[in-house]
Design a protein around this ligand. Structure first.
Ligand SMILES: Cc1cc2nc3c(=O)[nH]c(=O)nc-3n(C[C@H](O)[C@H](O)[C@H](O)COP(=O)(O)O)c2cc1C
Length: 222
């Protein structure tokens, strides 16, 4: 059984533009399609269900026993998941601040050596394609390398109903989603089974003390 987390990248409860939080439909569609696959479960991670409004302090900045309960619970879920679906609207040609803020709460070591899939949407005609480009760099740095196929949903308010079903062209949309989700599953299964043979923490131990651990030799004092 493989388990996936779907990160919903919107907290926009106000209008206009209407409808608010179109991302709920997109995340629900991802959950519906992933859960319909054999041996697969999926869960939506909703930033509105977490308390992220205090001054920014990531999960890894707390002594282990003191981390807030909701951050600790999500850290466990990330650790136990096999892969991730990152659902973002396009805001000013970029990924949503709600998604980057949510993900910034967790260290790369929790995401590393598991794949991710990029899903973007917008009310306009580009479906968030411009936002998706920068998401590749962000997710690669987190260690959950994004698969090559991506899902972009233009005019998501017309493409998807509130219950996460496609308003028309159901078969074509499902096959379009299926290509990306199929790649995600392939990499997730490959990573999970190879992990049983080779421990990634031994190949590439997590950097936990200082950002300078990433430096190239000779650049420490610059
Ligand atoms: C601050 C802001 C910036 C936006 N920038 C873009 C944009 O660059 N490209 C685009 O296609 N749509 C843009 N939109 C429209 C969004 O695609 C649309 O509002 C969508 O519903 C946002 O997703 P959400 O409802 O889940 O938050 C923007 C919307 C907001 C609120």
């Amino acid at each position: 059984m493989a388990h996936y987390l779907i990160f919903l990248g919107s907290t926009r409860t106000s209008t206009p533009p209407s409808p608010a939080r179109l991302g709920e439909r997109v995340a629900t569609a991802c959950k519906r399609l992933l859960s319909s696959l054999p041996q697969t479960t999926a869960e939506i991670i909703d930033p509105l269900a977490l308390n992220l409004n205090d001054p920014f302090k990531p999960h890894f900045a707390y002594p282990k026993a003191d981390a807030p309960e909701d951050l600790a619970a999500l850290a466990d879920k990330i650790t136990n998941a096999d892969g991730f679906v990152m659902v973002s609207p396009e805001y000013n040609h970029s990924m949503s601040p709600a998604l980057s803020h949510l993900l910034n709460h967790f260290g790369a070591s929790l995401f590393a050596f598991k794949p991710s899939a990029i899903v973007t949407y917008s009310m306009g005609q580009w479906g968030g394609a411009r936002a998706s480009v920068s998401m590749r760099a962000f997710l690669s740095e987190l260690g959950c390398l994004p698969v090559s196929a991506m899902i972009h949903i233009p005019k998501a308010q017309e493409a998807l109903n509130e219950d996460g079903h496609f308003a028309q062209d159901q078969e074509r949309w499902e096959s379009y989603f299926g290509r990306t989700l199929g790649q995600l599953m392939w990499w997730a299964e490959a990573a999970a089974s190879y992990k049983e043979q080779v421990d990634p923490a031994k190949v590439s131990p997590a950097f936990k003390t200082a950002p300078s651990q990433r430096n190239a030799p000779g650049s420490e004092n610059s």
